[in-house]
Design a protein around this ligand. Structure first.
Ligand SMILES: *[C@@H]1O[C@H](CO)[C@@H](O)[C@H](O)[C@H]1NC(C)=O
Ligand SMILES: *[C@@H]1O[C@H](CO)[C@@H](O)[C@H](O)[C@H]1NC(C)=O
Ligand SMILES: *[C@@H]1O[C@H](CO)[C@@H](O)[C@H](O)[C@H]1NC(C)=O
Ligand SMILES: *[C@@H]1O[C@H](CO)[C@@H](O)[C@H](O)[C@H]1NC(C)=O
Ligand SMILES: *[C@@H]1O[C@H](CO)[C@@H](O)[C@H](O)[C@H]1NC(C)=O
Ligand SMILES: [Ca+2]
Length: 518
């Protein structure tokens, strides 16, 4: 039962939404580990995070206060716009508020009193973040929709702009473009920029208030009329060049080029009924996180992906420090159903090449540089150790062990650079000797010294290596009278008293000193 519950917890999120989890803790034959998936944040009401700019300056009505009327009531021009009176003001923010009480609140432009000079207004929406549209953009106009307008988009925070859709009651006349409908587009033309006449004709200002940019209709080309076959859409988004980008924006601009005319010609004697009034701009989309995040939060005035898969940046568009490499890639919707994070094979910048090893089913870095090794160039080569003050992607990450060839067992060292020493040797690199050892092509135990291994009978210790004995004595510590070995020497060494047949080193030396003291 418990097992079943655990299984459900694991399976449900995968089954429910598509691409809504970035990783999951799974148990495999090799034990538990993380499994990673392509993931994306939920779609949101993007108008809550937008900054708006309306151009040109002075296009918003009410400064000075101004009268206006409607097409339905063209001779009752008693409505007033007054920027200094909150009840009569129509500032841009009213395009993004929520109209709980059902009463439309709207931004309104000045009237077309300068006719025939065109009445032009730009409404620019900026997110300072890449956004992927997931539903139609819906612009609601009070008092009639423009007879000519254009939607533009930017993908680079407003540096460059591209036409997104043209709207006119007569496309040929306004833009020299044939009128088309998004519904008539095909799989090969799904990202075509077109001119539509569907949202610009006069139908009464109350009846048809919205202008759309049809995202759903374009999705439906791949996913079917009810968007049931999202798998097909996601597959197309991966494979069709430019399709993903087509639905991606950082900024949108509505260029209002001619207001509603009430279905007739411009009537010069009453220009108070020509103006723009926008009560709502609905933009539904999700943060673009390159399929490396399932959360997007509003921080310090900007939307920000909460990146996973060791990526970072506003759009998860690069590898985290430590994981930096040329191998950053966006996640992929494929393979269905969970996609791939494409996060494999970080080489920490020590290799530019990856290779797939078929029989092991792994991708591994090839020719790791900077003395690194391993599948991800994440280890140091033998004979090198990790520089603890350097990041894994630093060129200096591996330091040569530099073990003394004679003093150490081999040329490897531990994580702090310590070599493994032969007997008697010491120091990080084994180029020193322990006390009671002397260095001579390696460390050897002292033969004599000033403490325990004293040279006897007036002998002197030469560099801990041997006793230089006075005439008449010999032996390692000059402990042996030459009389014992050779009678001829006896006259020259009368003081010799001690006579030991065999003398050992080490512990015996202590005894020898005891003797001498007697
Ligand atoms: C609106 O923006 C376009 C560029 O997208 C610019 O050429 C035009 O002058 C702007 N119009 C106004 C009224 O600011
Ligand atoms: C845009 O977003 C970036 C990253 O979050 C931030 O550093 C920058 O200040 C933002 N710019 C504006 C104009 O808000
Ligand atoms: C990211 O880094 C962590 C910790 O180093 C590692 O366990 C994980 O496998 C990496 N890859 C992904 C896709 O998160
Ligand atoms: C360890 O890395 C730091 C940072 O890159 C570098 O400044 C330093 O020289 C390196 N140490 C060695 C011994 O190479
Ligand atoms: C490396 O060896 C030295 C000397 O044996 C020891 O003091 C140090 O703790 C070792 N470092 C590690 C990380 O094992
Ligand atoms: Ca409103």
């Amino acid at each position: 039962m418990l097992y079943l519950a655990a299984l459900l917890v694991h399976c449900v999120p995968l089954a429910m939404g598509q691409y809504d989890i970035c990783k999951s803790w799974v148990t495999t034959d090799d034990g538990p580990s993380w499994e990673f998936y392509a993931c994306q944040p939920k779609a949101m009401r993007m108008k809550d995070y937008v900054t708006v700019r309306v151009d040109p300056a002075g296009i918003t009505c009410g400064d000075p206060p101004e009268r206006f009327c409607t097409h339905e009531n063209p001779y009752l021009c008693s409505d007033e716009c007054d920027a200094s009176n909150p009840d009569l003001a129509h500032p841009p923010k009213l395009m993004f508020d929520s109209e709980d009480e059902g009463l439309a609140t709207y931004w309104q432009s000045v009237t077309w009193r300068r006719y025939p000079e065109p009445l032009l207004a730009n409404i620019t929406l900026s997110w300072n973040k890449s956004i992927e549209l997931t539903d139609d953009i819906v612009i609601t106009f009070e008092y009639g929709r423009p007879t000519i307008m254009m939607l533009e988009k930017s993908l680079d925070n407003g540096r460059t702009w591209h036409p997104y859709q043209y709207y006119a009651d007569d496309c040929m006349e306004a833009f020299s473009m044939p009128a088309r409908r998004v519904r008539d587009l095909s799989t090969t033309s799904a990202n075509r920029v077109l001119c539509t006449e569907e949202y610009s004709r006069w139908a009464g200002s109350k009846k048809e208030k919205t202008v759309r940019f049809e995202v759903r209709d374009r999705f439906a080309i791949f996913a079917g009329p009810d968007l049931k076959n999202m798998d097909n859409l996601y597959t197309r988004l991966e494979s069709a060049k430019g399709l993903k980008d087509f639905f991606t924006v950082t900024d949108l601009r509505m260029r209002l080029l001619r207001p509603a005319l009430g279905g007739t010609y411009v009537q010069r004697e009453n220009l108070y009924k020509y103006f723009y009034a926008v009560s709502n701009i609905e933009v539904t989309g999700r943060c673009k996180c390159n399929l490396h995040a399932n959360l997007c939060t509003f921080k310090e005035g900007s939307l920000q992906c909460e990146c996973e898969h060791n990526t970072t940046g506003q759009d998860c568009g690069k590898c985290k420090k430590n994981f930096r490499s040329r191998s950053w890639r966006a996640g992929s919707y494929l393979p269905l159903p969970n996609g791939s994070p494409n996060a494999y094979c970080e080489c920490y910048g020590h290799s530019n090449r990856c290779s797939y090893i078929d029989f092991l089913n792994v991708v591994t870095c090839v020719s790791c540089k900077h003395n690194t090794r391993g599948q991800h160039c994440q280890h140091c080569r033998l004979g090198f150790y990790r520089n603890s003050s350097a990041e894994l992607d630093d060129e200096n990450v591996c330091i040569e062990c530099n073990c003394n060839q004679i003093g150490s067992m081999h040329d490897r060292c531990n994580e702090t650079g310590y070599c493994e020493c032969r007997e008697g040797a010491t120091g990080p690199k084994c180029d020193d000797c322990l006390p009671n050892y002397y260095w001579r092509q390696g460390c050897f135990p002292n033969v004599c010294d000033d403490e325990l291994l004293l040279c006897q009978n007036g002998g002197t210790c030469y560099q801990n290596q041997r006793c230089i004995c006075p005439v008449g004595f010999k032996g390692v510590l000059c402990q042996q009278s030459r009389c014992e070995a050779d009678k001829k020497d006896c006259d020259r060494a009368p003081a010799a008293r001690a006579s030991l047949a065999t003398v050992a080193l080490g512990a015996l030396a202590l005894q020898l000193r005891g003797w001498a003291g007697l």
